[in-house]
Design a protein around this ligand. Sequence first.
Ligand code: NOJ
Length: 581
Amino acid sequence: MHPAVRRLSCVFFALALAAGLRAQSTSAVQQNPNWWKNAVIYEIYPRSFQDSNGDGIGDLNGITSRLDYLQRLGINAIWLTPIYPSPQVDFGYDISDYYSIDPQYGTLADFDRLVAEARKRNIGIIMDLVLNHTSDQHPWFKESASSRTNPKADWYMWRDPKYVNGHREPPNNWLSVFGRSAWQWDPARQQYYYHRFYIQQPDLNWNNPQVRKAMYDVERFWIRHGVAGFRLDAITALFEDPQDRDEPYILGPDGKPLLDAWGDKEVESTYTDNLPEVHDVLRELRQVADETTSRKVILIGETYLDSVSDLRRMYGAHNDELELPMDMEVGFIGKLDVPLFRARINEAETEINGDQPLFVFDNHDNHRWDRFVTDDHRIDLGRMLAAVLFASRDTAMMYYGDEIGMVTTVPTRKEDVRDPIGITGWPKEKGRDGERTPMQWDSGIDAGFSAAAKTWLPIPPSYKTVNVAAEERDPDSILRWYEQIIALKKSDPALHSGEEIMLNTTDNNVLSWLRKSPGGEAVVVACNFTAQPQTVSFDLSAQGISGDRVKTLMKSPGEADTHTLRHIALGPYGVYIGKVE
Ligand code: NOJ
C-alpha cells in the first residue's frame, strides 16, 4: 500500500463512508456537546483485554463482548491504544497503515461493530492517533528513505552528519526517550533520521504541509467511522528546534550529568518538546474535528508538561485546541503527599481558566496505582485514589483493571520481557510489561482472558482472588466501590459538576474538599492519606454553610457512620463522602 495520497478503490471508499454514516446516525453519547465533561474514560490496552479467537492476544471482538460489563461500571468512553496495522515493535505505536486494523485485532468491520455496539450503550470509542512518527515500515518512510530527491524526501527529519576528527557523528546530543542517540544512520541516504522513540519509529516532519494534510485526512477517515474523539499520542513532541541545538545536560546533586539506564548523559527536552508551533497543529486538528457538526468529536492530549501554565495553553487561547489535555501533575505525583495533592488539584481548579481538567493515575506506560502502597492496605488505598479521581471536578481517566485492584507485575527475568526498552535497559529499566498484563475476569483458565495455551504476557498470580467474577459477588470489593462512586459522580449534582474548594488546608494527613453545585447542593469528601486512623472536623461557615448535619453517601467499609461534620473518623486510607444537609 502506498497511501500518501492513498488510492482507495471507489468500492472500498463507498463502503467505508457508508459504514461511517451508519455509525453516526445512531449517535447517542455525543449528541450532547458536553458529553465529555465530567465523563469517565476507560483506557483499554487491546492486546490485554479479551481474546476472542484463542491466539493469546486480545482483540476487538473480545472488547465488544465485554461492553455490558463496561456499561455496568458506568464508563462513558473507551480509549483504545493503537489497533492499526503495525510491525508491533512498540505494540502498535509504530503504525504502518493508518487506514486499517491490524489483523491481530480484527477487521474494519469488527471496528464498526464495536463502535455501533458501544454507542447503543452510550459509550464512545476514542482512537489513539499517533502523529509524531510512523513505523519505519510505513510506505511513506520507505519512500522517503529511498533517495534524497523522491517526492517524500522531506517527510521525515533527515540531517547530515557532523564530522569530529574525521569521524561521523550524529548532528547533536538528542536522546531517544527509549535510550541511546535519537539519530539513526541511513546508509542509502547517507544521512541520519531523527526518532524520538524506537529506531523503528522515525519522526515525521511537521513543517511539511503535505504531512499535515495526510494526517488530517486520517483524522477525517476515523471520524467517518464514528469515533467519539482522539487521544493524541506524544503530541507535544511534534516539533524540534530548527537550529538543532544541543540539549543541556541534567545535573545531579554533585554537579555532574546524571546517567540514564543505558549509560548516556541525561538531557533536558528544551529543544525537542513543547515547542510553540504545536499549537498551530492543535488548532488545525480541532478544525477538522469540528467539521463534524452532527456530534461532538473531542481531542485528548498526551501532555506530560512541567507547569500548569503550559497545561492551560493546551486548551487554546480561544478554547480552540484540546478539550482534554491530560493533567499529569496530579496523578503522577510520586508520593502520597497531602499538601502536594492539594496544591496541584487546586491549580487545576483555579488556574486553567475554568476549563475541564482530565485527571489520570496510571496507564500502559506507568506502573499501576499499586505503586504507592504494596502492603495490606493496598485495596484501601485503591478506594481512596478512586475518591480523588471520581469525586473531583474533572473528567476521570482510568486504566483497565484499576477497578478490580490489578497489581503491577514486573517481569523478574530478562528472557520474559516483551517491551523492547525492558530488554535493552535491563536491569535498570525493566520496561512496561508489568502494567500491561491480561485483564483478570475470573479464576479459571487464563483468568478468562483467553483460551490459549500461552498468552502474550503471563497471567499474574494474583488472578485467583483479584478478578471480576469474585469481586462482583463481594459487596465490599473495590469493583463495587468503583461502580458506586462512578454512579455518584453522574447522579449527584455537586459531585457531577460543582466547584471544588479545598478544606482544612493545614492538615497534612487528610485531603478534604467541598463540592458545591450552583443550586447550592454541597458534598464533603475526606481522604486519609495515611495508614493510621485519623479524625476530621469541618466548619463550613467560610463557604456560607452554617449547619453541621451531614448524610453519608459513601464511606470505606468498616468506618463508623456519622451525622455531624464535627467528627468524622477515618481508618487507614479511609474515605468519607457526605451530603451537607
Ligand atoms: C506514548 C505512548 O503512550 C507509548 O506507549 C509509546 O511508546 C510512545 N508514546 C511512542 O508512541
